[in-house]
Design a protein around this ligand. Structure first.
Ligand code: UD1
Length: 417
């Protein structure tokens, strides 16, 4: 039983330190399989998704262990020992990011079709298009993705949609391909830039990450990196920012890159929340005359889908009508039904949610349906009067390091079971 119990109704006050970025860590861990020498990754968050990926990478043949709380030692395998096992892969969508590195480094990959959060259909056609463009054979056989490759060759690939995972998989594989690869209409998320920086630190030649076009000059070995430190998690930072606003609190967020949360800062300010930035901190103070705002989720630098559920909670506390349009994942409004149990007034029609904010939230028994929905329910529990019980909290532990302690330091009454 994984449960979070919150006695809500009091403002969050104090400081919270943000951990390393989950999504950057997952991609960089996969990329480290392509290294020719052991290396250490720092600022890796101690969360369930990372622990699962460590197990998968260990099964494949890497020697991998925690050196201390946030540093991972990785000795990549010379050849692959086994397949990525279904029981582990089904827990983690990001295990699809093993495909590119395994094909490029070892010439073969067998990964069970990945699981993860149930937030939409999540096809992989763009990953396959890119890897096939580089010369790999990729097929689906009885629930497994099977990939084979001789020498990969640089090519030009246009992504129909700027998919984060497809950009990462193709970028990683292209690093060891012969010649130049140009990927157009790529994702521009900060995690893409962090992955490119890590690949370059290993000796790759990747240019343009963070823009619409990435150019990669293939190299024959990746042996230059000894240590690399992961960027802070913008979604974790954003979650605490929204929690501060929803509870009408005052929170200093430490170890954050303000530029990475610019779309959230803009929306909070539009809602009359006071947000102050310094080089690596953000202070959020909820003002008195809050205003409803409309949100459309979009690829970076648009408003992130991973903060949409949390904002739905905040907007439920703000008098007036707010509208959220979800453009990335078609099944990401499941949290609305749970929020209604706490008294929120939300109508969902297709990709649009209309929130009639301002009614007071009260504690209830609710269920997390995915990672960010779980985070949203935590915020709702903090803002609601009385006690909220969140079941299926395993989803929350997938992505939030030390959430119980971090919230307690902010004055929350919370128990994670
Ligand atoms: C990553 C993040 C996730 C975030 C998402 C969008 C990781 C581990 N996860 O997920 O937290 O919510 O980006 O910012 O980094 N698509 C296709 N074909 C493909 C691939 C994707 O049509 O081959 C579509 C998806 O169905 C979805 C959209 O593209 O509608 C975005 O998906 P994508 O950017 O690939 O998300 P992930 O990499 O899975």
């Amino acid at each position: 039983m994984h449960k979070v119990i919150i006695k809500g109704g009091r403002p969050l006050e104090g400081k919270v330190r943000i951990s390393g970025a989950k999504n950057a860590s997952l991609a960089i861990l996969c990329a480290s399989l392509m290294a020719d020498k052991p290396l250490v990754l720092e600022n890796i968050p101690y969360i369930n998704d990372v622990k699962v990926l460590i197990e998968i990478i260990g099964t494949i043949g890497a020697k991998i262990y925690w050196q201390d709380y946030q540093s991972l030692y990785i000795e990549p395998p010379e050849k692959i020992n086994g397949d990525a096992p279904y029981e582990l892969v089904k827990k983690l969508r990001a295990s699809n990011l093993l495909l590119g590195p395994m094909l490029a480094k070892f010439g073969c990959a067998k990964v069970s079709l990945p699981g993860g959060c149930n937030i939409g259909s999540r096809p992989m056609d763009l990953h396959f298009k890119g890897l096939r463009g580089l010369g790999a054979e990729v097929s689906l056989e009885r629930g497994h993705i099977i990939g084979r490759a001789g020498k990969l060759t640089g090519t030009q690939i246009y992504l129909d949609f700027p998919s984060v995972g497809a950009t990462e998989n193709i970028m990683m594989a292209a690093c060891l391909a012969e010649g130049q690869t140009i990927i157009e209409n790529v994702a521009k998320e900060p995690e893409i830039v962090d992955l490119a920086n890590f690949l370059n630190a290993m000796g790759a030649k990747v240019r343009g990450a963070g823009t619409d076009i990435i150019k990669i000059e293939g190299v024959t070995s990746l042996d230059k990196c000894q240590r690399y430190s992961i960027i802070p998690d913008r979604i974790e930072a954003g979650t605490y920012m929204v929690a501060a606003a929803a509870t009408r609190g005052n929170v200093l967020i430490e170890n954050v890159i303000p530029k990475h949360v610019e779309p959230l800062i803009a929306k909070l300010r539009e809602a009359n929340v006071d947000v102050e930035e310094s080089e690596d901190t953000i202070t959020v103070t909820a003002g008195k005359q809050l205003k409803p705002v409309d949100i459309k989720t979009l690829p970076y630098p648009g408003f992130p889908t991973d903060l949409q559920s949390q904002m739905m909670v905040f907007l439920s506390t703000v008098p007036g009508t707010s509208v959220i349009i979800e453009n990335i994942f078609e099944n990401r409004f499941q949290v609305a039904d749970e929020l209604k149990r706490l008294g929120a007034k939300i109508k969902v029609e297709g990709r649009m949610a209309v929130i009639e904010g301002g009614s007071s939230l009260h504690g209830a028994h609710v269920k997390a349906t995915d990672l960010r929905a779980g985070a949203a329910l935590v915020i709702a529990g903090l803002a609601a009067s009385g006690e909220t019980h969140i079941s299926n909290a395993i989803y929350i532990y997938r992505g939030y390091q030390d959430i119980e302690n971090k919230l307690k330091l902010l004055g929350a009454e919370v128990r994670c079971l």
